[in-house]
Every structure is written in structure tokens, then in C-alpha cells.
Design a protein around this ligand. Structure first.
Ligand code: ATP
Ligand code: MG
Length: 756
């Protein structure tokens, strides 16, 4: 635990130390990758506590993922002691959930509201599309949701959207026909309005609502805003370049920047007035979430937006070798309209980047897997020090196959995540429906899971009856006896379902009931577990394991949370992001990590493989025509390259399956942007190019060396006939990976890929 200020800044460079000690209302720490931004932010919090004399409760620190929040809290505990545990160190979303749980009632959110994930939201949009006769092939739910998300990220409300595009529409009116929807803006507006209407009826919110509704709360309830102005005297935000407009406004509202008071020149402690002091940290070259509304001008305009703002630039990189930095700087220099940055390292030149061009995606994976094994066996590299990164989730499949064949343990981050697995979602849907019976999406999901003779017809009869009377779906079920024309074949299971849910709700409501007990009771009473246990399908066995895992997660949550509640547990499950599946840095997982480039933000690994460096793969085919999208892809390449500490590999395949067809792939333009001297090509040409140059015989093309060793390696490891005995490694719990439960069949070319 820190005793002197020197301990907080002693091992920092001058600019870093300046940023830690800075006294003033607004500070931007802008700098390239690996320059210690996150480290400085953490130290600054410790500084504020120990040197400015702030209370932990006066600090709000925002990180990009829950995992980053946990890590920051741990670092702070080491610096200042256990008080750090009580600080608000969290993502925007988690902070907003806390705020809405406390005061959401003021804007019509009842306690115990449900947070819908993407799949829930898509279901809701589909229901609406059906009711409005919208052709979901022409207007996909994903596309509609993207537009709704845009509205929310820009804080554009339903009322103004309707006024503009569909002034005659009233949410909740039935029988609006497609013929009346004249244009696509009108369609979006109507679905948006109806969607919000039904969310409200269900007492539910989606992710974007968490931010937008918190802003609404702060803007419409002055006393709530006052409470937070008083409470948070220091607000610090990491990865500021990826904030969207709503998040930007949220920061201003929480800080009270627009409250009309001048910022105070003294550290704003208890009792003193003036807006909170703000510190933001970011790198505009790493902005990679424009598709989720991230607005780079938030960071660019910081000095104009916040009175008396100062910027401190960090220039020394502590993460990577000079070679890796040179490559990153060369690539990003191709983006227009950016401020050039100086970034240097004292780490020395280091090893050259290793390049490899494979004939096919399978061979690319095979080469990577064997190279990782070689690093492990010959150079003593730990598997957990290696990360393999790719642009789109679908690319993980061939990489996984390669690693399995080479017997390299790995874990996959992303793909089908634990909380998105069917059986886990089913169990969670029960819990949601217990906490919030008005939640029609989850109630519908479990109505016939496991099968109890309540199919689509039963559902639509209840829905129609309840809708007509302005009742929720659950109220319809409760009163099923009053529905006319219902056969006993439907009525009996409905009654049983209602009785079971009532019993579960009573069980959950009992004093001192722990969430894990409710999970156990749900699994038993609902018949979920029994159905899976009876099954002879081996997949159902792993489903049973996942359900038992869910119970363990609940138990773990209870141990870590003083006031554990079922609603609180559901929150933690709703806010889990891809990167949260990563094991703690401290423990050696013994596994190679596979993840998308988006997930890799903020992380670092001694050895990094950037794979699929092809036109159409990376940069993504959708982005190639558009300058601003191409710039975003290039920033993603910059993020990828700068994750590497010591060794960087870049690989590509000449042939890759796309849409089920083998396509010939040209090398990524980003490869051309890396100066030639930095890359040591183990094999430079592949596929057609290689055939043209006579398969590398004396063509002087650089395609020598490894290519030949490679064939002998194939033989040694049994080539492609290796049988796929399902490996047991890698099958870790959260989203972990064992082959078979991973991202197979998940299309990444449709936009699901963005590591979101
Ligand atoms: P990114 O842009 O990728 O988020 P960052 O700017 O947040 O990177 P950090 O992750 O804070 O950078 O730091 C990168 C690495 O350099 C970390 O391993 C960190 O511990 C180390 N580091 C930062 N500053 C120093 C320093 N003054 N002395 C030694 N190591 C440092
Ligand atoms: Mg960082």
C-alpha cells in the first residue's frame, strides 16, 4: 500500500507523471497504443485519493469492459488497499444499471426491469414485424435494430421521430397495414415507436436504453442529477475514442458540466461546488466502434467542449519492439486527416515480423498451429502468451481445426457465448420471468420449454385475448380460465404452467433466498433438467453441465456480493461481454487465445498472430469501397499490430471459403503498407501466384525455405487424416471453446462478426 506520492509516480516518465498529478477540471490524455494510458489512469485515481484527499465514493471510473474494470479495481486495491473495492469502477452500462435501479422508477421503469440481449431484441422486432406485415427478408430485424440503435445513440426520442416520419401513428394501435407504410423512414420510425412501447409494457430495456434512459433520468429529474453531481467529484473514462454521443452527454450530465457553475480551481472535494473534474484517456487511431455509433469527434473536440481543458500527450511506448511500432505507424499513416503522432520505444528493434502466405485457409491454420507448437517446444513460449486474432468470428473455425490437429490447447473468446447457449438462455428466461412477469419475450420463450403442449396456437390465443384487454401475456395466462373457446387440452397445461410459475415466484420471494437456490428450484420444477437428463443425445449431456455451471456462477456471485439478489445476479449475466471471458492475467491458462480484433482492444500478448490478411477478409469486403470504412479497418489493423509485445506474425491464405464457395483472395493492402524490410517472409507467394512462378522453383520470389519443411511436417503429424478425437482441453466453462460448441455455422459476413 502506497505511503508516499513518490511511489505513485516514481516509475513513470515525465509526461506520465504530469498526467497523474494534473490539477484542473478537464484533462485529456491522448496517445498512441501501449504508451501507458490505462496505467496512468489507474495511478491518477490513486493519486486523487491519496493526494487530493477524495473519498472512494466520490470517484467514477469508466472502462470499456467488465474485465478491464475488475483489473483496474485489483490494481487499485494493491495501491491503496481494500477501500478500492467500494469504488464505482465499471463500464458505462453497469454504471447506468446501478443508477436506473435506484431511480428508474422516476421515469417509469419498475424495479426488477429486464435487460434484453441482442437475441431478445431480435425476437421482439420479429413479433412486431409479423403484426405489421413487414417483410423480414427485405427489412431484416438486424437492420431495423441497427437503425433503432442509431436513434438511441444519438438520443433521438420516439416522439420526435414519429413527428418527423409518421405523425399519424400511435404505438399500441393494432392493424396498421404495410400498405400505409409509405417509405422506409416511416417504417423504421413506426417499428422504433412500437418497439419502445412494448419494451415499456414488458418493463424491459435494451443495451442502448441503459445509456439513453439514464440521460433522460438525469435531464428530467433535477434532484437525481443533483444527487450525482454531489456524489461524483471525479470522473475518469478510458478508451474515450469509442464513446458515442449518448455516452458523451451522459458524462457531461453526471459531471454537471452544463449546470452553469464554473469549474472550481481547487480539487473539488466534499461540500465544494462546481462540476466534477474529468479525465479522459484515448487514442483516436484506435477508434473501431463507429458501427456502434462511436464518435471520434468526442475526443477531437475535447478541448473545446470542456472549459479549461488540458491535453497531455504520451510518446513513449512500453509495450512493443521498434519493429512492431514501425509497422503500426506505417500502416496508420495511410489514414487521412489524422494528427501524426510520435511514438518510440526503448525496447530496441527486436525480431522481424514473420510473414507466411498459405495456399488455403486450412493450410494457414496448420502452419500457425505448428509454429505455435515450435515456439512452445523450442523457445519455451507459454501457450497463454500467444494470441491468434482475426477479423470475423467465422475465421475461427479453420484455426480451431488446425490447433486441434496439432494438439495445441486453446480457448476461443466470443463465438457462441456461455450466456447465449440455448439451455442457459432458457434457464435465465425462467429467472427473468420470475423477477419480471410483465416480460413477454422471456415468458413466451419458456411457455413451451420443455414441451408441455403449449404451441404457437396456444400462445397466439392468449396473446390476442390479453392484448384486447390491455393485459400482459402473463396476466392472460393467469386468467386463462376466462378465455372462451379454449380446449381443455390447452387449458390444463396452461393452468399447470401458471401454478408452477406462481410457486417459483413465491419460492424466490422468500426471505434470505439465495439466487443459486432459485436456479436449482427452477431447473427442478420446470423440468428443464429432467428433459436433458433423459435424452440420449450427447450434446444434451454438455447442456446439463452448462446448467450446473450456471448454478455455480450464481453461487460465486453470492460469495462476492454482500446484498445478493436474483435481479442483481441477472444483471451480471446480462452485462457480460466477449472479453470478460478471458481468464485473469495472473493465472496461466495454459491455452492459446483466439479472438476477434475488436475483442483484443486494450490487451497485450508477447506473441500475436494476425491472420487472414487478405482483401475482402481484412479489410472486410463491405469496407473496401468506402474511404471512411476503410479507415476504420485500418485503425483495426493498427490495434491488432500494437497488441504484440515481442513477436508479430502476419499470415494470409490464397484461397478461402466464402459463402460456401472457394474464393481466390488477394493479399491485404495493409500488407503492402508495411515497409518491406520489416517482414521476414517464410513463404511469400501462394496459390495461383505460386503456380505462375513455378511453385517457387528458382523464381527468386522468396517462396523458399519453409515451404519444403512444411511438407515433411505434414507427414510427421499425419497430415489431414488425423482423426478428430474431441479434445478435452480448451473446454473451459465461459464461452470456452471445445470444438463443437464453438462458432460453427455462425455467419460472420452478415455483420455478426464485429466482436460485439
Ligand atoms: P492501449 O492503447 O493499447 O490501451 P495503453 O496506452 O493503455 O495501451 P497500457 O496498457 O497502460 O497502455 O501500457 C502498456 C504496457 O506498458 C503495459 O504493460 C504497462 O504496464 C507498460 N507500461 C506503461 N508505462 C510504463 C512505465 N512507465 N514503465 C514501465 N512499464 C510501463
Ligand atoms: Mg489502454
Amino acid at each position: 500500500i502506497v505511503r508516499s506520492p513518490q511511489e505513485l509516480v516514481g516509475d513513470l516518465n515525465e509526461q506520465q507523471a504530469q498526467a497523474v498529478r494534473f490539477r484542473g477540471p478537464a484533462l485529456l490524455i491522448g496517445a498512441g497504443a501501449g504508451s501507458g494510458k490505462t496505467r496512468v489512469l489507474t495511478r491518477r485515481i490513486a493519486w486523487i485519493l491519496t493526494q487530493f484527499g477524495a473519498w472512494p465514493s466520490q470517484i467514477l471510473a469508466i472502462t470499456f469492459t467488465n474485465k478491464a474494470a475488475t483489473e483496474m479495481r485489483e490494481r487499485l486495491s494493491a495501491l491503496i488497499g481494500p477501500v478500492a473495492q467500494h469504488m464505482w469502477v465499471s463500464t458505462f452500462h453497469s454504471a447506468c444499471v446501478r443508477i436506473l435501479r435506484r431511480d428508474g422508477g422516476r421515469i417509469g421503469l419498475k424495479s426488477g426491469f429486464t435487460i434484453y440481449d441482442t437475441a431478445d431484441c431480435e425476437r421482439l422486432v420479429k413479433l412486431i414485424a409479423t403484426d405489421f406485415n413487414i417483410d423480414v427478408k427485405r427489412y431484416t430485424p438486424r437492420q431495423i435494430l441497427a437503425r433503432i440503435s442509431d436513434y438511441k445513440n444519438n438520443l433521438t426520442g420516439v416522439r420526435e421521430t414519429l413527428a418527423r416520419y409518421a405523425p399519424d401513428f400511435r404505438p399500441g394501435t393494432r392493424g396498421f397495414r404495410i400498405g400505409r407504410i409509405g417509405n422506409v423512414e416511416e417504417l423504421y420510425a413506426i417499428v422504433y415507436a412500437e418497439y419502445q412501447h412494448r419494451l415499456a409494457l414488458a418493463n424491459a430495456v435494451d443495451f442502448d436504453d441503459l445509456i439513453a434512459r439514464t440521460v433522460e433520468l438525469l435531464r428530467t429529474q433535477p434532484d437525481v442529477a443533483e444527487y450525482y453531481h454531489h456524489k461524483f467529484r471525479y470522473i475518469l473514462v478510458d478508451e474515450y475514442q469509442d464513446t458515442n454521443h449518448a455516452q458523451y452527454v451522459l458524462v457531461r450530465e453526471l459531471a454537471g458540466v452544463d449546470s452553469g457553475e464554473r469549474p472550481s480551481p481547487d480539487a473539488p472535494g466534499a461540500g465544494r461546488r462546481g462540476p466534477a473534474w474529468i479525465t479522459v484517456v484515448g487514442d483516436s487511431d484506435q477508434s473501431i466502434y463507429a458501427f456502434r455509433g462511436a464518435d471520434i469527434s468526442n475526443i477531437q473536440d475535447f478541448e473545446q467542449d470542456f472549459p479549461d481543458a488540458r491535453t497531455i500527450m504520451l510518446e513513449q511506448n512500453y509495450r512493443s519492439t521498434q519493429t512492431i511500432l514501425d509497422a503500426a505507424n506505417a500502416v496508420i499513416a495511410h489514414n487521412e486527416g489524422r494528427k501524426p503522432k510520435k511514438l518510440w520505444t526503448a525496447a530496441g528493434k527486436g525480431a522481424p515480423i514473420t510473414g507466411y502466405a498459405a495456399d488455403t485457409a486450412q493450410l494457414e491454420a496448420h502452419w500457425i498451429a505448428h509454429e505455435i507448437r515450435r515456439l512452445h517446444e523450442e523457445e519455451g513460449v507459454r501457450y497463454s502468451d500467444v494470441a491468434v486474432m482475426y477479423r470475423a468470428n467465422a475465421q475461427s473455425r479453420s484455426l480451431e481445426e488446425g490447433l486441434i490437429q496439432a494438439h495445441v490447447p486453446y480457448q476461443l473468446i466470443g463465438g457462441t457465448k456461455f450466456y447465449e447457449r440455448r439451455e442457459v438462455k432458457d434457464a435465465l428466461a425462467y429467472l427473468q420471468a420470475i423477477v419480471n412477469p410483465a416480460d413477454g419475450i422471456n415468458m413466451r420463450r419458456i411457455l413451451n420449454v420443455p414441451k408441455r403442449g403449449l404451441g404457437a396456437r396456444a400462445e397466439s390465443i392468449v396473446t390476442a385475448w390479453a392484448d384486447e384487454r390491455g393485459l400482459t401475456f402473463w396476466q392472460g395466462i393467469e386468467q386463462a380460465d376466462r378465455i372462451e373457446g379454449m380446449t381443455t387440452r390447452t387449458l390444463n397445461p396452461l393452468r399447470r404452467f401458471a401454478a408452477m410459475m406462481t410457486q417459483l415466484r413465491a419460492f424466490a420471494a422468500e426471505h434470505d433466498r439465495q439466487p443459486s437456490q432459485v436456479v436449482a428450484e427452477v431447473l427442478a420444477l420446470s423440468g428443464l433438467l429432467e428433459e436433458l437428463q433423459k435424452s440420449t443425445d450427447p450434446q444434451d449431456q454438455s447442456r446439463v453441465e452448462n446448467l450446473s455451471q450456471l448454478q455455480s456462477v450464481a453461487a460465486e456471485y453470492e460469495q462476492n456480493t454482500p446484498d445478493a439478489t436474483l435481479a442483481g445476479f441477472l444483471e451480471t449475466t446480462a452485462l457480460v461481454a466477449d472479453s470478460d471471458q478471458l481468464p485473469d492475467e495472473a493465472e496461466d491458462s495454459g491455452k492459446v487465445t483466439l479472438m476477434t480484433l475488436h475483442t483484443a482492444k486494450g490487451l497485450e500478448y508477447p506473441v500475436v498472430f494476425l491472420t487472414g490478411m487478405e482483401q475482402g477478409t481484412f479489410p472486410h469486403s463491405r469496407a473496401m469501397e468506402d474511404t471512411s470504412e476503410l479507415s476504420e479497418e485500418r485503425r483495426l489493423a493498427y490495434v491488432g499490430i500494437t497488441r504484440a509485445r515481442r513477436r508479430l506474425y502476419i499470415t494470409r491464405a490464397a484461397v478461402r471459403a466464402q459463402w460456401g464457395r472457394a474464393s481466390e483472395m488477394m493479399p491485404s493492402q495493409f500488407l503492402d503498407e508495411i515497409p518491406d524490410g520489416l517482414i521476414d517472409w517464410k513463404r511469400r507467394e501462394a496459390g495461383v501466384e505460386r503456380m505462375r512462378s513455378g511453385w517457387g522453383h528458382g523464381s527468386g520470389s522468396g517462396s523458399h525455405g519453409c515451404g519444403d519443411d512444411w511438407d515433411s511436417e505434414l507427414d510427421e503429424f499425419g497430415g489431414w487424416d488425423d482423426d478428430f478425437s474431441a479434445p478435452s482441453y480448451g473446454g473451459s466453462s465461459y464461452g470456452g471453446s471445445s470444438y463443437g460448441s464453438s462458432s460453427y455455422g455462425r455467419s460472420s459476413y452478415g455483420g455478426s462478426s464485429y466482436g460485439s
